[in-house]
Design a protein around this ligand. Structure first.
Ligand code: GLU
Length: 508
């Protein structure tokens, strides 16, 4: 295989959708797997759809996800510029070649004339009217007008586009890595516009020219581009790029959670989950959409989850580091069928990653959440211990602070079952003995706290195990929860003493 070069080619028309992140990821994994190059190209030739801030958003999203390109508008590369709007002159010569070879032509039709043509065809029973071999001869273009008429129109500054002249006898065959053979007749294709009246190329032309010049070996993109692929194959052919035409791989659609249609922002909003990697402030509507990042998803969990949207390793393993994904990934293992977006699954991935994390990444946030939301001060050391205590019990890091309040605040209620079944004279004696022994021990490790309790119970002939739940209830109010000895250690002996005394009173 040639030196692998793949590209992610988003258009800056809004926030990067999670499906776009999946496309970027599969390109990235494929490139890394083959020691190739992952390129990012901004496809911004449609000025009418340009959205302020979208390019910056794409950049920050990929940075956050850890799938950064080696060549891009931001870090350059040998094949730049990487923004199509900066490559305007480059496309000119290619469209000229198509014109010179008789594979493209000028068209002067107004939007009204185009509509009228479609109406005419519809009335004649054509289901999907197209500007094709038959229709083109009824329209205002350089095939139907004389050279003088064409020149006169141009001299008069009449707007025109350049269209691709597709031979209806063409038979297009392409072997998609994921879908297998795709076979299309030229007669079903439209004479697509290649150059717009503003002098900028359309996506189709710019995409082919750039993939060729940037030496792209594999085009990995979403299924929505499959219908354009035959047209692209013909462009490669007529531009004389056939020899080095990239291989195609069209990734399966990402479906709504119920499998009913393509996942959309609306569907995600309705089901209450994000669709964009980062917060997105829509400059047009002023709406703020919460991103996966801000909702508490960890980038490695998101990447692991996205890798399974359409791909699977063929084994039972689900947790994959990025390095393992690179190792295991292959386009041959990507399926054709659409894949459901299962929000519970990504939550599960988040939990799996969160519980294996180190406190250092999260302690500072726990501290600031406690302070900002509850006015609670907490030391670095306690914040780290709180992370260890609770990380397996939450899905998102921001759930930790609100779940840690009992470490700082007296209970407002007590577990009814424990209070009625386990709270008796003996339990009261057990916790009182323990509270008194703890009073002098401001700092205490979980091990010491445990030894102290068991030792004390043994000395006094009380069964420790039997009174454990009562002890927990007097400290936290609850009948169950995370490691009690860790809780005691975080609170400190004196605070636990005061807490138990308070609860004994409340339980009277
Ligand atoms: N600019 C296209 C998009 O926005 C790129 C499609 C392709 O990868 O060819 O998705």
């Amino acid at each position: 295989m040639d030196q692998v070069r793949v590209r992610f080619a988003p258009s800056p028309t809004g926030a990067l959708h999670i499906g776009g992140v999946r496309t970027a990821l599969f390109n990235y994994l494929f490139a890394k797997k083959h020691n190739g190059t992952f390129i990012l190209r901004i496809e911004d030739t449609d000025q009418t759809r340009f959205v302020e801030g979208a390019e910056e958003y794409i950049k920050s999203s990929l940075e956050w996800c850890g799938i950064e390109p080696e060549e891009s508008p931001w870090n350059g590369g040998e094949y730049g510029p990487y923004r199509q709007s900066e490559r305007k002159e480059i496309y000119q010569q290619y469209v000229q070649k198509l014109l010179d070879d008789g594979n493209a032509y000028y068209a002067f039709d107004t939007p009204e004339e185009l509509d009228a043509m479609r109406e005419r065809l519809k009335e004649a029973g054509v289901a999907t009217p197209q500007y094709n071999a038959a229709a083109r001869m009824t329209m205002k273009n350089s095939l139907t007008l004389s050279a003088d008429e064409v020149k006169a129109k141009m001299d008069a500054g009449e707007p025109y586009v350049i269209r691709f002249k597709i031979d209806p006898k063409e038979e297009v065959r392409l072997n998609d890595i994921i879908r297998g053979w795709v076979h299309v007749h030229g007669s079903t294709l439209d004479d697509k516009v290649l150059m717009k009246s503003d002098g900028l190329p359309t996506y189709h032309l710019a995409n082919i020219v750039d993939d060729h010049l940037m030496k792209i070996t594999h085009v990995i993109r979403g299924e929505e581009w499959l219908p354009s692929a035959p047209l692209h194959v013909l462009l490669y052919k007529y531009l004389g790029f056939e020899e080095t035409m990239p291989k195609f791989a069209h990734l399966p659609l990402i479906l709504k959670p119920d499998g009913n249609g393509k996942l959309s922002k609306r569907a995600a909003d309705k089901a209450g989950f994000p669709i964009f990697p980062l917060n997105w402030n829509d400059p047009e509507t002023g709406d703020l959409s919460e991103g996966f990042k801000e909702a508490g998803y960890l980038p490695d969990a998101l990447i692991n989850f996205l890798s399974f949207l359409g791909w699977n390793p063929g084994t039972e393993q689900e947790i994959f580091s990025k390095e393992e994904l690179v190792e295991a990934f292959s386009l041959e293992k990507v399926n054709k069928a659409g894949t459901k977006f299962d929000i519970d699954k990504i939550k599960w991935f988040n939990q799996q990653y969160l519980k294996n994390k180190d406190a250092s990444e999260f302690a500072a946030n726990i501290q600031s959440d406690l302070k900002a939301q509850f006015g609670i001060e907490c030391s670095d050391e306690d914040a780290a211990a709180i992370f260890h205590l609770l990380k397996e019990r939450v899905t998102f890091p921001q759930e930790i602070a609100p779940n840690a309040l009992y470490l700082f605040q007296n209970p407002t209620e007590y577990d009814e079952k424990v209070a009625s079944k386990k709270w008796d004279k003996e339990a009261e004696k057990a916790v009182t003995l323990y509270a008194d022994a703890l009073n002098a021990k401001d700092t205490i490790s979980p091990e010491e706290a445990k030894e102290l309790f068991f030792g004390l119970m043994e000395e006094n002939g009380i069964k420790a195990g039997k009174n454990m739940q009562a002890l927990r209830m007097t400290i936290t109010g609850a009948g169950s929860g995370p490691d009690l000895m860790e809780i005691i250690s975080i609170m400190g002996g004196k605070a636990v003493h005061d807490r138990i005394k308070y609860s004994i009173n409340q339980l009277k």
